[in-house]
Design a protein around this ligand. Sequence first.
Ligand SMILES: *[C@@H]1O[C@H](CO)[C@@H](O)[C@H](O)[C@H]1NC(C)=O
Ligand SMILES: *[C@@H]1O[C@H](CO)[C@@H](O)[C@H](O)[C@H]1NC(C)=O
Ligand SMILES: [Fe+2]
Length: 468
Amino acid sequence: MTGATARSAFTTEPSSADPHTYQTGFGNRFASEAVPNVLPQGMNAPQRVKYDLYSEQLNGSSFVAPRHQIQHFEACFSAANRNVEFVAAQQAWDPLPLLLEHDESSPGSGSGTDFVESIRTIAGQGDPTLREGIAIHVYSANTSMVKRAFCNNDGDLLILPQRGRLNIQTELGWLMVRPGELVVIQAGLRFRVVLPDGPVRGYIQEIFGAHYDLPDLGPVGSNGMALPRDFESPVASFDIEVDKSTWEIMYKLAGSLHLCQQNHTPFDVVAWHGNLVPYKYAIEKFINLANVEKDQADPTIYCVLTAKSKIPGVSLTDFLVFTPKWITTKDTFRPPYYHRNMSTEIMGLIYGRYNGSSHVLEPGGLSYEASYMPHGETYETWKDATTRELKLERVFEDTIAFMFHISVPMFITKWALRGEGGRSLHPSSPTQWDMAKAHFLDHLDEVNLDLKAAGLPSLGEEEEEVKP
Ligand SMILES: *[C@@H]1O[C@H](CO)[C@@H](O)[C@H](O)[C@H]1NC(C)=O
Ligand SMILES: *[C@@H]1O[C@H](CO)[C@@H](O)[C@H](O)[C@H]1NC(C)=O
Ligand SMILES: [Fe+2]
């Protein structure tokens, strides 16, 4: 197998952590050639392409032969599906166990699990056949995909490695993605995942029928949050195979995998142009905004990427990040305030420590809050936050936590609720709010003085009966 990449202007330099070159920008129309001057100019389908290459549009379809189905994806999130259910209570999951490193000294120790095989659905809403909805998955793999590619026809994947880099070969070129970076691979694009660091683990958010976009900036203007220039897309790269060996392409359609075989590599794109291009983004580059005088800012300021729902003005999901920042506000309750909101909140931790909520969240773990269910800080945190001296403070040092802020209610899979595969669920203790005190009642004397001064009856006093 041989590879080839050619450099064009406006590309990044390789580094020791990432050997690939990228073109930068978000939503750009790129053009990339692994061999100079092969991309047809001024048209897409000339009678004959240079070197007799085939020209193809990505939304061209291919014949799919169903061979077998592996039921680890869920794609139909409705009360009619017995594999999913709706839960109201807060949930939290320990990290999915990492698989073992291959042991060279014990031959036959098992062939391992690759990226696609390892994906398990946690929660979701909607249905890809309606082109509407969302799914949250996790993966934990220990084998590279060899002679095997995946193509998700159901939706775009936002992948967040939490342990180990993913070296992703796509039809449009290579991306090396490490924990701390996100990568988006659009529906319909074939890719395979190579594991240069051994076992990997991470999170996936899949959206059906929408694409990720940068949020509108409004008064924020151009210099904050995720900058378009920090998004990186691959350059054209292809393989040549002389051995005509068999490749397996796995297509995911409505949650089931369909296998088809071909006698040539799918990674044979010599040049391409367009804007349906995978990209990656280093979350550490996110530029935090916050209130600098008083009160807390709305969490929309943590949004990296958003995806629209079918309802105008309402996003399907917003991807928020919590990264190091200064807290400067005066006379302000600084931890997340108590709230009930329409959105479902699913949180994870890439690295570091997150103590912004009442439940335990470990790197690789997940937590869930149902739509409109009350949540917020523990009593101890409330007590500390309401009495401590407020100083300039740094939070989330060496930490990346994230939230899928989803506008719709989510069904949770039975697999996630049962906690199979060594993954345990630790529901929040129902006694966690017992500590909270109704402090108002300790202040009844003061309250009554204030009421009296205002000419109002004291608390507990019978109102005089009004005579007709
Ligand atoms: C994709 O295919 C549809 C027809 O299914 C066509 O209308 C559309 O223009 C195509 N888009 C591109 C970018 O080729
Ligand atoms: C992958 O992990 C499994 C279970 O931990 C182990 O049995 C197997 O040998 C590992 N395979 C590779 C290739 O690392
Ligand atoms: Fe919340």
